[in-house]
Design a protein around this ligand. Structure first.
Ligand code: FMN
Length: 79
């Protein structure tokens, strides 16, 4: 998720995708810190596309929002 929402490119993909023959729709949302109401947004986008998600989950990933997240300094990284 970007900016407490769904990245536009993903929202656009969901709107355009033909999911009419999909037996199940699973959604995996990745985030770095907090998710806000992203499940509701996902529901609304799918609903507008005429689908309901069968399952939604969230996975916490490394935060790549660089204005807030500070990556470790290279000297502190273990390779
Ligand atoms: C521009 C931008 C905005 C982001 N906004 C959020 C946010 O609102 N909440 C959050 O938890 N993570 C936020 N993140 C962190 C990403 O959701 C997280 O790191 C995710 O794993 C990155 O997925 P990606 O590899 O598809 O970019 C943001 C990252 C970027 C680059």
């Amino acid at each position: 998720m970007y900016g407490t929402g769904i990245p536009l490119i993903i929202a656009d993909f969901v709107k355009r995708a033909d999911l009419s023959t999909a037996e199940y729709v699973f959604v995996v949302l990745t985030y770095g810190a907090y998710t806000g109401a992203v499940e509701n947004m996902t529901y609304n986008i799918l609903d507008a596309a005429g689908r309901v998600s069968d399952y939604i989950t969230k996975v916490k990933m490394a935060d790549n929002y660089l204005p807030i997240f500070s990556p470790r300094r290279v000297k502190n990284l273990r390779c």
